[in-house]
Design a protein around this ligand. Structure first.
Ligand SMILES: [Zn+2]
Length: 461
């Protein structure tokens, strides 16, 4: 990583936190001011600088200005796709003027890398006939957080407030679950819901014939800004998923363009922080000590960015606590009729939560009448959320499994003929089947898993 990212982040942070020069202008002039810091660069999309980066792809580069995205314009013979809008309608209009210079298609599509204001809230300036493409995760995120972030951005300066005046999220015309493919006329474009990394609705766009990837904030030369509640394992999974597309060119949502090395560097950074934070936690260091130590240790390799602390804190929190000993390892067996859905979800959630809370467990998932494979919806759901699949192929529960289990959780099995040891059986029979109601199954299982981990933790103490 070069030195640039830290400069950009520092500027962005100054823009968010400080804004001293702009604020000062509205006050009656005080006594001779100390030399002011450089004024923040206005968050405006530049016109007349659009670059053609491949046969069908143009980019309006952000020039590394905070709160300006790299905007993508993908032109097919039938339709044109825009990726990200700029902050507010004034920037959206500038994007539209650039689009008009490179495309005459009347049919227009819009997708955003995520729902933060500078990526999404310029959509008001796009023609009414524009088709908005969103992942279901984005739709949910907008429903949950609304214009919260826009209000915060509007408070940064009068210009930000002016740009965001009246801005609204555009409704999805096309909403997709995991992946969506669009033909712009000779140009196939794939949209990928990336799971929760920077935001819940992170969306990547891959222009297939040109091998150009728009990676959003998920892979940039800047260090990651890990969303509150996002898992670092998910970040790593995402780097692998983006690398597997084998892009020739990577256009991140901020900062310089690059190639697959952007994902490699991001993965190396996140893995290093993950590993070192776990080691320091194991050695009994506090979270603040770990932040200080690792910031100093990793600055040379990855740049001294204020974003680093966020990743270190996430890594420390997510690293296993070290309290229990091997002797206190609890064997927990989850079983459901087909060993392909409920027990898979439950064991994945239980395993991670137990690890995060420092509970020593051995977790097994089984079925009484196993299916040939794990339910695809379940597998996809877990992978997307950064979980490793706990079973490759559903396995039939054996008498040995039951004999060695301290806790047996049955999710809807007929346990009548099974040699379950007395006192070990719990029945979670009201959990709905993930095939019919994934969200319902998920919520019911997570709630029970959290209670079980807490109960076993209290016993272990
Ligand atoms: Zn963002």
């Amino acid at each position: 990583m070069n030195i640039r990212p830290s400069v950009i982040v520092a500027a962005a942070l100054a823009a968010i936190v400080g804004m001293t020069t702009v604020a000062a202008r509205q006050q009656p002039a005080p006594a001779p001011a100390p030399t002011p810091a450089a004024p923040p660069v206005p968050p405006l999309v530049r016109e007349g600088v659009t670059e053609k980066v491949s046969a069908h792809v143009h980019v309006i580069p952000d020039n590394s200005v905070p709160m300006v995205p790299n905007v993508g314009i993908v032109v097919g013979s039938r339709a044109t796709l825009v990726i990200d809008t700029g902050l507010g309608a004034r920037n959206g209009a500038a994007v539209m003027r650039e689009v008009a210079k490179v495309s005459r298609n009347a049919e227009l599509y819009l997708v955003t890398t995520h729902v933060h204001p500078e990526h999404d809230l310029g959509a008001g300036a796009f023609p009414a006939t524009t088709k908005m493409i969103r992942s279901k995760d984005q739709v949910d995120e907008i429903a949950a957080t609304g214009l919260e972030m826009a209000k915060r951005f509007a408070g940064i300066s009068p210009l930000h407030a002016e740009l965001l005046q009246g801005a609204e999220f555009r409704k999805a015309d096309i909403a997709f679950e995991q992946e969506h493919t669009l033909d712009l006329g000779g140009v196939t474009v794939r949209f990928l819901a990336m799971g929760f990394n920077h935001t819940r609705g992170d969306t990547a766009t891959f222009v297939e014939p040109d091998k150009v990837l728009f990676s959003g904030d998920v892979a940039m030369k800047l260090l990651p800004a890990v969303g509150a509640g996002a898992s670092l394992s998910q970040w790593i999974t995402s780097q692998d998923r983006l690398t597997a597309l084998a892009p020739a060119r990577v256009v991140p949502s901020h900062g310089p363009m690059g190639d697959v090395s952007i994902m490699a560097d991001t993965k190396r950074f996140v893995s290093t922080v993950q590993q070192r934070a776990a080691e320091l936690k194991k050695a009994g260091r506090t979270i603040d000590e770990t932040v200080t130590t690792l910031q100093a240790e990793l600055a040379a390799a990855f740049g001294a960015s204020p974003r680093m602390a966020g990743t270190i804190r996430a890594a420390y929190t997510q690293a296993p606590a070290v309290t229990a000993t091997a002797a206190s390892t609890k064997h927990v067996l989850f079983m459901c009729p087909h060993g392909a859905g409920k027990s898979v979800l439950a064991s994945a959630y239980f395993e991670r939560l137990a690890r995060e809370k420092g509970l020593n467990v051995r977790v097994v998932a089984r079925g009484t009448d196993p299916d040939p494979q794990v339910g695809p919806k379940v597998a996809e759901h877990l992978t997307k959320n950064g979980y490793r699949l706990p079973v490759e192929k559903p396995q039939r529960v054996t008498p040995d499994d039951l004999a060695s289990a301290d806790v047996v959780i049955s999710l809807g099995c007929d346990v009548g003929g099974l040699p379950v040891r007395p006192g070990t059986l719990r029945q979670w029979d009201e959990v709905p089947g993930p095939g019919e109601d994934l969200a319902g199954a998920d919520a019911a299982i997570q709630r029970r898993v959290a209670a079980l981990v807490d109960e076993l933790l209290r016993q272990a103490r």
